[in-house]
Design a binder for this molecule. Structure first.
Ligand SMILES: *Cc1c(COP(=O)(O)O)cnc(C)c1O
Length: 375
């Protein structure tokens, strides 16, 4: 059986985790946490990077920093993971769902303006499959209407929009190090990125349970206490140690994933050219970080049969994202607009196995099966 996903170990994880344990520094914000955060700040030019216990938590921190009032509206794509919307809903916001583009699942920047009302406060672009949304267009709309932009960059590590790193463009951003992402902090983990100076101090306080403890540790104040809202968002050093081992190998991880991704593309392009399905779309302004290889089939029935065929032949292919606007929880709160592209991806998109330890033999085996299916 070729699984859909399998977490990758670089070999140094246990060593660094042992080191964290052995030096008796287990709680957060120690040596490994600082090393990971500094790496992100230096490599991508992020103003401030804070490790979190998950991508969901990083999004929740973003939502708290946006300082939303009841009735404020936040524009979120409907074709995304629950957390993108949930983080803002928890803060009392009204979530207004945006449709995807025809060419790929990212939100349609050209259709943003008609969703904006006097209550709109935030736009949350999700870089689906690590492929950039049209950030110039989104930032221009945000500037015109004085809105904040929070990038859900959960899938977008080491990916770029017109040479700008994703997560470094909006006012705030969130990454995920869940085991299904390109690098992991040992199963669960995330990162909050603050690009707008106005939010740096408050982000650190929210991260540290509403206290100014981080400033105290840096010697900037001589005692610390409760100064704001917050929660326990920082991960243990053990998770940071695991993540550090993955960060050290990022070039190797990315190169291998891209090689596998390109192999899928080469083998499946001729079948896509016969209109059996479409391949991932990467606009000229975006790079590919090989987070995901997906196909879009013509119908729900075609997809169901295709997934079953692969399963019968030992390959774990999966679909995902039931449209959030028609979910059991949000359906009655949604304003009734039909979001056709979103529904099409929910019905027709299928993800093929893609992980570091997948082999070229595996990819060829999967592509042989697909060829045979359409012959
Ligand atoms: C994975 C993911 C999240 C959530 O990240 P967790 O670390 O699992 O909490 C949020 N948004 C998107 C688009 C994701 O892919």
């Amino acid at each position: 059986m070729i699984n859909f996903n399998q977490p990758h170990l670089t070999g140094k994880e246990a060593h660094y985790m042992y080191e964290a344990v052995y030096t008796c520094k287990l709680s957060g914000n120690g040596r490994f946490t600082k090393a990971c955060q500094a790496w992100f700040e230096n490599r991508y030019g992020f103003r401030k990077a804070l490790l979190t216990t998950s991508g969901t938590d990083a999004l929740e921190m973003c939502a708290m920093l946006c300082d939303l009032q009841p009735g404020d509206e936040v524009i979120v794509p409907s074709y995304t993971f629950v957390s993108t919307a949930l983080a803002f809903l928890r803060e009392g916001a009204k979530v207004v769902f945006a449709d995807s583009m025809t060419r790929n699942p990212n939100l349609d920047a050209g259709a943003l303006e008609m969703l904006i009302t006097p209550r709109t406060k935030v736009i949350v672009p999700v870089h689906y499959a690590g492929v950039a949304c049209d950030m110039d267009a989104i930032m221009a709309v945000a500037k015109k209407h004085n809105l904040l932009v929070v990038e859900d960059a959960a899938q977008a590590i080491d990916s770029y929009y017109k040479n700008k790193p994703l997560g470094g463009i909006g006012h705030l951003a969130a990454f995920s190090f869940h085991e299904t992402k390109n690098i992991t902090a040992g199963g669960e983990g995330g990162l909050l990125v603050v690009n707008d100076e106005r939010f740096v101090r408050r982000a650190e306080i929210i991260w540290e349970k509403g206290t100014n403890r981080a400033e105290f540790f840096r010697g900037e104040v001589n005692k610390y206490g409760w100064v704001d809202m917050g929660s326990s968002f920082l991960p243990s050093e053990v998770n940071a140690a695991f993540l550090w081992a993955q960060i050290e190998n990022i070039e190797d991880i990315q190169a291998k994933r891209k090689m596998l991704w390109n192999a899928y593309w080469e083998r499946l392009k001729p079948i896509a050219d016969k209109d059996y399905f479409t391949l991932p779309d990467i606009p000229d302004y975006a790079t590919n970080n090989a987070h995901m290889f997906y196909l879009v089939l013509p119908s729900l029935e075609a997809r169901t049969a295709f997934i079953q065929y692969l399963k019968d032949n030992g390959v774990g292919a999966v679909f995902h994202y039931l449209s959030l606007h028609s979910s059991p929880y949000y359906q009655s709160k949604h304003d009734g607009r039909v979001l056709p592209n979103c529904d099409r991806y929910a019905d027709c998109l299928v993800r093929l196995p893609l992980f570091y330890d997948l082999t070229m033999e595996n990819v060829n085996f999967i592509c042989d099966l697909i060829e045979k299916y359409y012959r």
